[in-house]
Design a protein around this ligand. Sequence first.
Ligand code: PEP
Ligand code: MG
Length: 590
Amino acid sequence: MSTEGEHKEIILNGISASPGICIGKAYLVDREGVDVIKRYHIDADDLQNEVTRFKVAVKQAKDELHAIIKETSEDLQQHADILETQVVVLEDKMLYGRTIETIEKEQINAEWALKKVVSKVKSMFQDITDAYLKDRTTDIEHVSDRIMRHLVGAEPVNIAEIDKRVILIAHDLSPAQTSQINLERIMGFVTVLGGVTSHTSIIARSLGIPAVQGIENASRLIQNDDIIIVDGSRGNVFINPSEPTLVDYMERQERFESFQAGIARSSHQPAKTTDGHRVKVMGNIEQPEQVVAVMDNGGEGVGLFRTEFQYLSSPQFPGEDELFEKYKEVVDVMPNGPVTIRTLDINGDKAFVRNSGVAESNPALGLRAIRYCLKRPDVFKTQLRAILRAAVFGEVRLLLPMLATLDELMIAKSLLEDAIQSLEDEDQEYNRNIDLGVMIEVPSLAVMADVIAREVDFFSIGTNDLIQYSMAVDRGNREVAYLYNPLHPAILRILKFVSDAAKQEGIKLFMCGEMAGDPFSLPVLLGLGIDELSMTPQSIPVLKNMIRSISMADARTFMQEILKQTSARAVTELIQSNYGGIISETIFPE
Ligand code: PEP
Ligand code: MG
């Protein structure tokens, strides 16, 4: 990193979260107006006024929090609990008392005093690993941001309302915030937190905007209106780029976009390997409207419809008719391809909503997805009924997420029977002849794949969670991202076992985790005999392009060599030496 002088080019390296290049002005999301705090002296006579100004800002922040808590529905109890904690933090001695003390002792303005106290608290907690205390530091940060906004008179940023073309810079973006992004305004984004399979980056890829995550100092080093370049393909961010860098990147952006346009044209043809094997390539969607992107990019169906986002956007759960309309919308646009509707997968790293009211210290291991649905059969059956009704209009598949045991599958199947029976009793139009599949994403289910295969029509491997749970690595934590490798032999052995189980029982094997859209993993996926790959729509053209350059017979032989390797590095080297040329030619020849 070079940091001489204020306007010198600075290069930051992070994690490539969504490919592509964008060049434009930075827009700081969570700290608008808050990062340009200046220090100034307060005369002794004015000190009391300054303290009052601080107290007023705290009071405004408190009123604001109370108003939000009041509007929070009971179902969002956990969110309300977090806010209640923040109300307490607001008047905690550590923050409130010390800031007043600092204003008075050092005769400085309230903003500077608050900033100073917060950074002291943060450095005190820096090396602490205790999750509870870490959460308290986050609360202190959120609370101080809120007070600071009142002190400087800045409005909180609503992403949906940003009205200029900018690149977002944020500490973190929640999946719900990311899904509010307006493509005409937001060119790309950079965040401090997150990793390649965090839901935020998945949404960025499906929106087709470049994104880099895991840039530690992003919101400190980047100022509002700085010119920046986001190279989402390489995971680089340039602040105040030099003239030669700008010219280079403008050319690169043009080449990238024309290459994309070229492969997008050929993507409407089926993808066959050089020895004639047809591999189906499908799209993953989060919102019904994205089905258009699947079509535009040559997707042959929807391999994964993540339905939870419809539940996150409003405080009320959607009703059966509303769900049915949305599912039908997708099925209508995709008349020739299957639409794989996955039942509700909330909690985990997607907004923590509608919990039992008990705060979870490990949400990824908690009441997520099917676990929640089995606890709330009313919610689950409403969704199942909507899916069965939509299945009248096209080829629908039903996919269950996060199963850990055969028992859970059997209970889910009996609830499906109940839903069918209720539609039958009410004389509703529905279609019960739909394929039922499970996500293979919890290791306990993967090792039971031979047994599970007898109960379902297909498997869909969710590598994002399968890797997270198998390697004990948080999918959104950049500190441990080095362990997050789909090509680790441990993962490849699990995939081989699951693939053998599916073949043995004669059921279809699909993959819809991010590994399915990773060109580097493709030779392995072909070697494993995966029937269908589903990915963010924007990745489809590249993968189809690459499938056309690989022989299935070679991939199968190659897989035998791969399975003998004992480290991710050895696997990577082997892929590089056998397929490196094909990969770099088909992804983006630079
Ligand atoms: C997965 O876990 O691989 C998957 C596709 O599901 P999600 O990313 O929605 O958890
Ligand atoms: Mg998953």
